[in-house]
Write a protein that binds this ligand. Sequence first.
Ligand code: ATP
Length: 450
Amino acid sequence: MSIFSINPDTQFEIIDSTDEDLIVTNRAGVIVQASRISGRHYGVTPESLLGRSVYDLEQEKVFVPAITPLVLKEKKKVVLVQDTPNGTRELIIGFPLFDEAGEVEHVISYSCEWSELVVIQDYLNDMEAEMARMKEELSLLRREAAVPEGLVLASRSTSEAFAGGLEAAELDVPILLYGEHGTGKATLAREIHVHSRRSEEAFLTLDCRTVPEALFERELTGDSDGKIGMLSIAEGGTLYLEGIDRLSPYLQNRLAGWLKEKKYQTMEGAEVPFDVRIMASAEGDLSGAVQDGAFSRELFYLIHLVPIELRPLMDRKEDLSSLIPLFLDRFCEKHGVRKELSQGLFEYLLECPWPGNIDELANVMERLVIGGRNKLLTADDLPMEYRVPAGDSLSEIEMDGRPLPSILESVEKRVLMAAKQKYGTTTEMAKQLGISQPSVVRKLKKYEGE
Ligand SMILES: Nc1ncnc2c1ncn2[C@@H]1O[C@H](COP(=O)(O)OP(=O)(O)OP(=O)(O)O)[C@@H](O)[C@H]1O
């Protein structure tokens, strides 16, 4: 039983200043206080209520039912619905005030109009429905974002990296992903999250390579202006810290502190615990950086439980030969065109070093699709910086390291185009070039497209 007390000096003031419908009765059921608007729902003035017995008012069908007798009987808070003479429905809350002996001395009752509550209830129902819809949409978005279109795992190193990641997914330990830009670290991190027990919660990414040092702490732990930090938003989920090797020594130590304690302190000094799985990526070898003193040993041990490496694309030839047609189809569909790759160009693309890895390959493939003049794309359609001039002398060509099929194709195309200009007809071209006329037609079709 809870004990309420009321200060006799302020009691009158409280009742008189409120805009709410408040009535105070003594233990005999006589109304001793009534706020300015009480009585409104019963069609009487507050003054006419003062000194009246709630038992009488109940009999007169003003209070139907009266709440005071129930509170006196129960000696605890009572909530009920009254039908008023005005035809409205009121929600009445009555609670007891006790004297020093623990006996009910007064009963305070408070009413609010049922229709107001119905409005609030409607609002709450709407909010609940909206929340349910948002939850559904969020989980749909998460599922969509989680299934990368056309994941290629043809190379042994890539399939092993993904298999290792999925095995570790259920272990709920930090995972460190190594690899150059664009090798698929973020893609694998997301896959691991999707296959972990945290998959229904958030997957957030913070790029340590680009976030300004002064903002890093704010991003992770929030600020006093109401910004919520990622460690709180990702509660129950995963936080992927890209390029963790680029953090300054100061931030490495701050981060190590939070991860070790599994809590952080707000600006106001409150301690906030968090349950977030950390995944991180680094371009270079972190153990070497620890040896050199460039990376925090403490942070290293906190994140380096399952290291996984993604090899550069140039070492993943099987992936490359699947990614090239995959990107060709994807960008043809995107731009509504039909293009094919010549064998020479395909082989050339396989030999390129791709320092920007899959991102760079995707970019070049899209530029080829957009820029290629004919249906058949050849090495001549490559963006300028990727084009290797087929020099006049053999030594120049060899120095460029361009594959033979690609060189031969370019030369053949140039010869054919020049012959076409010079001789005009395919019959004359065939005669001059010493090949059959159908062969000339076929080659022209190949290089000029349809
Ligand atoms: N195995 C794969 N198959 C097909 N596409 C992939 C694969 N791995 C990554 N990609 C695609 O390659 C691009 C680069 O991948 P991702 O962003 O995961 O690389 P990253 O190593 O995290 O890059 P960065 O270090 O620059 O952040 C993305 O568009 C991604 O969808």
